[in-house]
Design a protein around this ligand. Structure first.
Ligand SMILES: [Zn+2]
Length: 329
């Protein structure tokens, strides 16, 4: 078993390696008591509301954000309006996610901070890898951030100014960032509990990931896998159309999805849910110095991504059909 200190540094290392943005963390070992993809929420007669888990984070969590470059960090107390927003976002999670969180979410915390490289963290309770309880910690300013602004800030870190005058811009309409972030982070917990990305032969990993971090060919040598999210140097902006064209032909819904198998899964579920249930649109446009659109694509409609979205829907449908009407006798 790893010590807390080892776990801490593993988390910090992963957070920094990804130079990001939406997440950080995943302990890689499976929890002892991992459950099959059978019904995980059998106490629905008296479910404890998920918002009852909202509370202050452990000091160790604040240290992790600090280690990832954030400053002026303090616990954020939600206003009544913010609490309403958070409750609504929790209620919109798919049933599988809500059921898993019922059993495995210990705490949901919000932090005021000057951002470093991370905005959200999913970690095992107490950073103890033997526990199957998890904490989600989010940057509080996500509560009034648009999804478009969030994505553009994150994506800008991939590129360097090369004098070309090119710009890279997402348009996610009027959506807020919180729904996406909660879907992404909650999927990390679902993944850890069900072992989805851990299974080498599972449909979400086969033919794409050799292990949790190593890509199979042809994905390993595609341009889509040569970004700072995989520790490659920043991309000169004039090459951005070629990189996005490579991404369009890949199974990844975003460059961040190529960082590791668990991130691939979290991105896939989050975007599938936004697209299928909330009619989310997403467009990426590369423009030249004069603002002329040089390249445009819709990540949520890329062919291989669409196929994988169907797998996500099938899994969620199976869960809903099998467990949706389960009640206590
Ligand atoms: Zn993540």
């Amino acid at each position: 078993m790893r010590t807390l200190r080892d776990a801490f540094w593993a988390i910090v290392a992963l957070s920094l390696a990804s130079q990001t943005a939406p997440t950080a963390v995943l302990a890689q070992s499976m929890p002892d008591g991992s459950q099959p993809a059978a019904c995980v929420g059998l106490n629905r007669d008296n479910p404890v509301p998920l918002d009852s888990r909202i509370g202050r984070p452990d000091p160790a969590i604040i240290e992790i954000f600090s280690g990832a470059g954030a400053s002026a960090i303090s616990a954020h107390e939600l206003t009544p309006q913010e609490l309403t927003i958070v409750k609504r976002a929790l209620a919109r999670l798919p049933r599988l996610h809500r059921d898993v969180l019922q059993h495995h979410l210990r705490r949901l915390s919000f932090l005021d901070l000057q951002p470093g490289s991370g905005s959200a963290l999913t970690s095992r309770a107490g950073l103890d890898e033997t526990r199957s309880q998890f904490d989600i910690t989010l940057r509080a300013s996500l509560l009034d951030e648009s999804l478009t602004a969030f994505l553009n800030t994150k994506e800008a870190r991939l590129f360097e100014d090369d004098g070309s005058g090119f710009s890279v811009e997402f348009d996610a309409g009027q959506s807020d960032a919180l729904a996406y972030i909660l879907l992404h982070e909650a999927t990390h917990i679902v993944d850890q509990v069900l072992g989805l990305s851990e299974k080498a032969t599972g449909s979400f990993r086969a033919d794409i990931w050799k292990d949790l971090r190593t890509l199979s060919e042809p994905h390993a040598s595609s341009l889509a896998a040569r970004t700072p999210f995989r520790r490659a140097p920043a991309i000169p902006r004039r090459y951005s159309p070629a990189f996005y064209e490579s991404l369009r032909k890949s199974p990844f819904v975003s460059f961040y999805a190529s960082a590791a198998a668990p991130e691939d899964l979290a991105e896939l579920f989050a975007w599938q849910q936004l697209a299928s249930r909330f009619n989310q649109s997403l467009t990426l446009t590369v423009r030249d110095r004069e603002g002329f659109a040089l390249y445009r694509y819709e990540p949520l409609k890329a062919p291989e991504v669409s196929l994988r979205f169907s797998e996500v829907q099938a899994l969620l449908d199976r869960y809903e059909q099998h467990c949706g009407s389960v009640t206590k006798p």
